[in-house]
Ligand binder design. Structure first.
Ligand SMILES: Nc1ncnc2c1ncn2[C@@H]1O[C@H](COP(=O)(O)OP(=O)(O)O)[C@@H](O)[C@H]1O
Ligand SMILES: [Mg+2]
Length: 273
């Protein structure tokens, strides 16, 4: 369904993606993992037509997307809930949702809004509220809901778990699973590797603009390289807490760490060693 071949993207002469190739088949839920700066967002932006590739091809059901403008990409059935949500704060929840259907001609069918409210009942309760006053989790729901309003065949999600409490992450991920089960193909970009791999059937791992691994999620979850670099490896137990490596430095000075409760659910503290 989505086929990316040897994609290179540069920002002002500095190359961020050094030729990546990946495929997503219809109905799949695929995750793209990688540390900060790996090129995950750039990959999604290129698919959405928001950045132009330096070279390479992006095809969707055989058709080149990399030549199209972003609204033309949406019209083909590819939408994105961007990193940082990008909702319109001074507009209501429902107005934000309706904006997501901008590529349609004529009035927005109410069944589209209803479907989003079924997936995210919290949004229905807040349909008349200004989007800027929503909590982080609700804004994320709104960003996903807005992306669904164009009735996508392929939904691109950029770090939906960013900044959310663990319980909320769980709920959002469950909804993503439901969206996928309803027939929408999903590409999920995440730094929360463990949760993403539990949800997705397959995963790709990006490292500074290159794809370094691709495999079934079950294999990635058990891959020592992935465990070390992205899943956190337990170091020691201190008063019932779990200290894990969040990411191993490629070259930089220090690894970062995260101290969590034993069940890994609550982040107590994190930083650089
Ligand atoms: N608008 C931009 N201008 C210049 N450099 C950028 C821009 N966006 C991203 N980059 C650079 O491209 C690389 C990949 O970034 P990004 O795709 O945002 O990574 P990720 O989403 O995996 O954190 C990084 O080195 C980042 O600094
Ligand atoms: Mg990003």
């Amino acid at each position: 369904m989505l086929e990316i071949t040897d994609l290179r993207v540069a920002y002002g002469g500095v190359e961020a993606l050094h030729g990546i190739s990946l495929r997503v088949e219809q109905g799949e839920l695929v995750t793209i993992l990688g540390a900060n700066g790996a090129g995950k967002t750039t990959t999604l932006m290129a698919v959405s037509g928001l950045v132009k590739p330096r070279s390479g091809e992006i095809r969707f059901n055989g058709e080149r997307l990399d030549q199209l403008k972003s609204h033309e990409v949406v019209a083909r059935g590819v939408t994105q809930a961007p990193e940082g949500r990008r909702i319109f704060g001074p507009m209501t929840v429902e107005e934000n949702l309706r904006l997501g259907a901008f590529t349609r001609r004529g009035p927005v069918p109410s069944r589209l809004v209803r479907r989003v409210f079924e997936l995210f009942p919290r949004l229905e309760e807040r349909r008349g509220q200004m989007a800027g006053t929503l909590s982080g989790g609700e804004q994320q729901m709104l960003a996903i809901g807005r992306a669904l309003m164009a009735e996508p065949k392929l939904l691109l999600l950029d770090e939906p778990s960013l900044g959310l409490a663990p319980l909320l992450v769980k709920s959002i991920f469950e909804t993503v699973k439901n969206i996928n089960s309803s027939g929408v193909t999903v590409v999920l970009v995440e730094q929360n590797a463990r949760a993403a791999l539990k949800l997705a059937g397959r995963g790709y791992v990006l490292d500074v603009g290159r794809l370094v691994l691709e495999d079934l999620s079950v294999n990635l979850l058990n891959n020592p390289q992935v465990k070390d670099a992205y899943l956190g490896s337990a170091w020691e137990t201190v008063d019932g807490a779990w200290l894990g490596l969040r990411s191993r430095p490629r070259s930089g000075p220090d690894p970062s760490y995260a101290l969590r409760c034993r069940d890994h659910s609550t982040l107590l503290v994190c930083g650089h060693i």
